[in-house]
Design a protein. Structure first.
Length: 746
DNA sequence: GAGTTTGAAACT
DNA sequence: CAGTTTCAAACTC
């Protein structure tokens, strides 16, 4: 996919300029932040979003420039503050995870895969740091995401990252969380990323740059020191860059950390790393880096490499290892690989597994989402509303997630797609099960959890459609049928991937939005519950409207009702009594005066109301577990928490969808199986467009989700980019996730 | 669990 | 585009 976005290019260009500029060093420090700031959205970020913005900035392609920046930075920094201890490394990994995740998100998908798969570190001694992205991210997000914080600040990942080092220097003892919070707080203080950098740079650069071997050693010593996560991060950041230089591969870590724009750096670095599989490549990468970083000194680079190389490298390795370990822990098979050289690991695992995962297919997008959730953790779920932040965060996580996918690939043998329908969170996880199976313990946990949760999930019962038509909920949701399904002659299985894809293409050719969510829901929708429970948010409507004749739109036969949305003008229903909103605009049931209606709906009203509240809560309150579940994405129709299946009402979170897309991209271009994003963007459904446009209510989700147009533009978030437009973004996001386009195979 | 109802999806 | 058929979920008993 095209990760590159115009924004990126701009950023890269700016970066290059900076490099050239006399203020070169200064710029270097600033540059990372700048990209972030450049993104207007960053400010808009609510508590949660920060990670995404950076990712946006960091485009894989851009990475080259960024790398150069980093190198320069590091070089000038010369002073090394070896703070990170081995223990710290682990901690760092947590903090680093965030950075990594961000950096990885974009291009790093491969890297992540590698890491996830358990890329072996060159240094056998390398400590394995677990990538527990979730916790850290959650911390960051939570802290930043907290309402109290200025969204903008939080939004700037780069800033946060930068800040971290400073604080770390200030308080090593402080807990990582504390640092995060502090950072969040601090960010608000200094709006200018540059300022942060300035403050940070000194520490970071010092830390990072090890001009002399002695410094490197010193660094090692630091490594041993117990540092706070925050500190560690900073250290790591600094370290990583160096290591990357040496290894070539590790560059990305540094970049991501150092530069606010994780993506750019990350991309670059990652590519090398992934490609780095071969030593030659790595060297080339290194050379490139050197060139980029500082025209002046390859030697300097070499020195840095040689000096810092050891310590730094370990850090980098640690990160990778951490990922690897995770995988390994889960999958013993990988253990060997972990020890093996990176080269070996990358190529084989990445290519084989990754592709494989992609191939697996349809379910991938779902799985990816699930994985994202897992990584991002609860936050995402909480975010449910689908604010950009979340989405972005998800994307960022995506990188991390990618590994998950890879994991899945590793394990994968099975898989199937789980019914997207299940939209309920559990279902989401289930979707991720494939990934999860192989994935880290967390994933497993969730998976384990999901089953019970997912039970509510739908399982198709197709008998004649072979699960290759939209009649099949699983198929419609873009997921493979799984055991729970009672379908007969099912072709919606990984084994028949080709058939599934072809069929999907066919259907998509007929109706590009066939796999798009049927219900478009905007988080901004008017507060149904609080303000007027009876009203359904105008923003949330069924894509095409229902055509109910006998159900009065009071039963799940009605897709509008099923989706927890009111009927709209587009509906051709008769005798509409939709509790969520009538076609004619009359007040929902509660308002209804008609005794009959009341009677009929009476039963469901209470539930509906509760459902609505739930829905709103989910949307409005990210915290709600139900909020953003992959399932939702997958499933066009949002299952309301209705009695029958107990499906949670589906509120599509743009973020999710975006994430899904993103994940799919990362997972593999290959995976284009679901190249929905293109479809949506290129051929948005008229109805959808209308709906979106129609939404008067501002889409909070979108806003939040896409703090910055840039972000959106970010490669990972191509979808998101469009989102900048109110209507467009929501649609895009939602649509994307829900229906992975089969077309993919580009 | 079987049978009925319902409306979307698919087909003509 | 409209009408009909097919289909599987939703619902009822």
């Amino acid at each position: 996919m095209d990760m590159d976005t115009p924004e990126r290019n701009q950023i890269s260009a700016t970066l290059t300029k900076f490099e050239d500029s006399p203020v070169f060093n200064y710029i270097n420090s600033l540059s990372p932040i700048k990209p972030v700031k450049s993104v207007p959205i960053s400010q808009t970020f609510n508590s949660l979003s920060f990670s995404s913005p950076p990712s946006v900035f960091t485009s894989p392609h851009v990475s080259c420039l960024k790398e150069s920046r980093f190198l320069r930075r590091h070089i000038p920094l010369g002073t090394s503050k070896p703070k990170v201890s081995s223990e710290d490394a682990s901690k760092v990994h947590t903090t680093s995870e965030e950075t990594l995740t961000d950096s990885t998100r974009h291009n790093s998908s491969e890297l992540q895969e590698n890491t996830d798969k358990g890329i072996s570190v060159e240094d056998a001694s390398i400590e394995h740091i677990k990538f527990s992205v979730e916790p850290q991210q959650t911390l960051k997000y939570s802290s930043c995401g907290s309402p109290g914080y200025d969204p903008p600040l939080c939004g700037d990942e780069g800033n946060t990252l930068l800040e971290l080092p400073d604080e770390a220097a200030a308080d090593e003892t402080d807990s990582s969380e504390g640092h995060l919070q502090k950072m969040c707080q601090m960010e608000p203080k200094s709006e200018d990323p540059e300022c942060y950098w300035d403050s940070l740079v000194p520490d970071g650069p010092d830390m990072l740059i090890f001009n002399s071997p002695g410094e490197a050693e010193a660094f090692k010593g630091l490594m041993h020191k117990p540092l706070d996560s925050s500190i560690r991060l900073s250290d790591v950041m600094s370290v990583l860059p160096i290591s990357t230089i040496h290894n070539g591969r590790k560059m990305y870590f540094v970049d991501s950390v150092a530069s606010g724009s994780e993506h750019e750096i990350g991309d670059h670095c990652f590519e090398p790393t992934t490609t780095a599989m071969d030593t030659d490549q790595t060297q080339d990468n290194l050379a490139d880096v050197v060139l980029v970083t500082s025209n002046s000194n390859e030697n300097a680079n070499d020195q840095l490499v040689s000096v810092t190389h050891r310590a730094i490298r370990r850090r980098c390795l640690d990160f990778e290892m951490a990922n690897v370990q995770r995988k390994n822990s889960e999958d013993n098979s990988n253990a060997g690989s972990s020890t093996s050289n990176e080269k070996q690991l990358h190529p084989a695992k990445l290519n084989g597994n990754f592709q494989r995962g992609i191939l697996q297919g349809i379910g991938l997008h779902l799985n990816a989402l699930a994985a994202l959730k897992e990584y991002k953790g609860i936050q995402i779920e909480n975010l449910s509303s689908g604010t950009l932040q979340i989405s972005t965060s998800i994307e960022h996580q995506h990188l991390s997630l990618v590994p998950v996918s890879s994991e899945r690939e590793l394990d994968s043998s099975d898989n199937g797609l789980q019914p997207a329908e299940d939209c309920s969170q559990p279902s989401v996880y289930m979707a991720g099960e494939d990934f999860n199976k192989n994935s880290s313990p967390r994933k497993k946990k969730r998976k384990v959890e999901t089953p019970g949760e997912t039970e509510g999930c739908k399982r198709c019962n197709c008998k004649k459609s072979k699960c290759l038509k939209l009649y099949c909920e699983c198929f419609a949701a873009g997921v493979y049928c799984i055991e729970p399904c009672s379908c007969q002659d099912c072709f919606n299985k990984p084994i028949h991937e080709d058939t599934v894809l072809q069929t999907r293409k066919q259907i998509e050719s007929r109706n590009p939005l066939a796999f798009a969510p049927k219900v478009i829901r905007s988080s901004d929708s008017v507060p149904e519950i609080g303000d007027d429970p009876n009203k359904t948010p105008a923003s949330a409507r069924h894509k095409r409207g229902c055509n109910c004749k006998k159900s009065s739109c009071l039963k799940k036969y009605c897709e509008c009702y099923q989706g927890g949305v009111g009927c709209s003008i587009s509906c051709r229903c008769e005798g509409c009594k939709n509790a969520f909103g009538r076609k004619d605009g009359s007040a929902p049931v509660g308002i209804e005066t008609d005794s009959e209606e009341i009677e009929a709906t009476e039963k469901g009203v209470a539930e509906r109301a509760s459902h609505k509240t739930e829905i709103q809560n989910t949307e409005d309150h990210p915290d709600s577990a139900t909020v953003s579940t992959p399932l939702r994405f997958s499933r066009p129709l949002l299952p309301l928490p209705f009695s029958s299946k107990g499906k949670a009402p589906i509120s599509f979170v743009t973020t999710i969808s975006g994430s899904a897309l993103f994940s799919s991209q990362k997972l593999g271009k290959p995976n284009s199986l679901w190249s929905q994003s293109k479809h949506f963007q290129t051929a948005p459904d008229e109805e959808m467009a209308d709906i979106l446009l129609g939404d008067t209510s501002p889409i909070t989700c979108i806003k939040t989700s896409s703090p910055n147009g840039k972000r959106i533009s970010s490669p990972s978030c191509d979808l998101g980019s469009s989102p900048s437009r109110r209507g467009g973004r929501k649609l895009i996001l939602q649509s994307i996730p829900s229906f992975p386009s089969l077309t993919p195979h580009p």
